[in-house]
Ligand binder design. Structure first.
Ligand SMILES: Cc1cc2nc3c(=O)[nH]c(=O)nc-3n(C[C@H](O)[C@H](O)[C@H](O)COP(=O)(O)O)c2cc1C
Ligand SMILES: CC(C)CC(=O)C(=O)O
Length: 337
């Protein structure tokens, strides 16, 4: 993959904060959960559909927002959108998209798209994103709340990635790590959330919640959903994984908002574990990105359809016909953990 996309882009995509302890743990944490199947339950007829933000979706998987996708493949976000749409997978478009939101919206067709929002010091830039979300028929605004500033990413610093494909916001200038990591508004607080909710007139999802007390504040701030996430291990090293943070957040939210989770999701049984713990949906980041880098839209489609097929067969093997039938009764702390 390094040969295909270059070392700097590879290390930007693959890398995490610090010594990447959290990055490694994100996938390992799913493997610390063991599954406890039930048998003889008549699972011939199954349906992977779930309800997310009040809408019925074919399955619980979404594509996570990821910046600079043209550095992974020439067709960037367009190919990601086509691969996602082919599998009925909602895509969350990054604020740092290298393709115009309107073009991505067209490529998504009937499949849902959500827009991710970074709140910059220059609020006008953020309102441009909100406007693009409205115009492109995006169905939710995903405000990322774990980025007061960029994490210290040793691998990225060592290889010095500079984003050279223009984003729809930066109107052409190259984005060095210094610019990338200091444009965000570090003074953002809970009070600001309502402003963007109002401006967008869209349901708001807060991405980057790990603490149950913050989950409570998110509900009080009017969030329709939240994403339990450590930003793919890219912000603060040694923070808890999404898998481990999930259950306390679900208990705190107590059904008042949708709860999604991300970090290290690669297999159908990872998805099943998230749903069994009580999540409504799961975001997939790098797993989809490597599909894009390997094979464009077809690569994305393959990765996502394999993941959903594997989730479907996991349902059957756990004795469930629908995601609703998954529960904490199906999971144990792994004896090997
Ligand atoms: C290359 C890359 C770029 C990312 N860009 C963004 C972004 O623009 N906005 C955002 O909210 N999260 C961003 N993230 C975080 C992802 O949305 C997601 O939380 C994370 O990748 C999930 O972990 P996983 O890659 O292990 O699936 C990015 C992640 C990666 C790997
Ligand atoms: C441009 C960055 C802010 C995108 C991002 O969220 C990341 O690299 O993790």
């Amino acid at each position: 993959m390094r040969d295909r996309i270059g070392r700097a882009a590879h290390d930007y995509f693959a890398g995490g904060a610090g010594a990447e302890i959290t990055l490694r743990d994100n996938h390992a944490a799913w493997n610390r959960i063991a599954l406890a199947p039930r048998v003889l339950r008549g699972v011939g007829e199954r349906d992977t559909a779930v309800t997310l933000l009040g809408e019925r979706r074919r399955h619980p998987v979404l594509v996570a927002p990821m910046a600079y996708q043209r550095h992974a493949h020439d067709e960037g976000e367009l190919a990601m959108a086509r691969g996602a749409a082919a599998t009925g997978t909602p895509m969350i478009l990054s604020s740092q998209t290298t393709t115009a939101p309107a073009d991505v919206a067209r490529a998504m067709g009937e499949t849902a798209r959500w827009m991710q929002l970074y709140v910059f010091r220059d609020r006008a830039l953020s309102f441009e994103i909100v406007e693009a979300a409205r115009e492109g028929g995006y169905e939710a605004l995903v405000i990322t709340v774990d980025f007061p500033l960029g994490g210290r990413r040793d691998r990225e610093i060592a290889s010095g990635f500079t984003a050279t494909h223009p984003t729809f916001l930066n109107h052409g200038e190259n984005l060095s790590p210094d610019v990338r990591h200091t444009r965000h508004d570090p003074d953002l607080t809970w009070d600001d959330i309502a402003v963007f909710a109002e401006a967008s007139a869209l349901p708001v999802v807060l991405k980057g919640i790990l603490h149950p007390a913050d989950a409570e504040l998110a509900v009080q701030a009017g969030a329709a959903g939240l994403v339990v996430s450590n930003h793919g291990g890219r912000q603060l090293d040694t923070v808890v994984s999404g898998a481990d943070a999930l259950a306390p957040v679900i208990d705190a939210v107590d059904g008042r908002a949708d709860v999604l989770v991300d970090g290290g999701v690669r297999r159908g049984w990872d998805v099943a574990k998230a749903i069994a713990l009580g999540a409504n949906g799961v975001l997939v980041g790098r797993h989809a990105l490597w599909g894009l880098a390997r094979g464009g839209a077809e690569g994305v489609e393959r990765v996502l359809s394999d993941l959903v097929d594997e989730f479907d067969s996991t349902l059957a093997l756990l004795g469930c016909r629908t995601p609703d039938e998954l529960s904490r009764d199906h999971i144990l702390t792994a004896p090997w953990a």
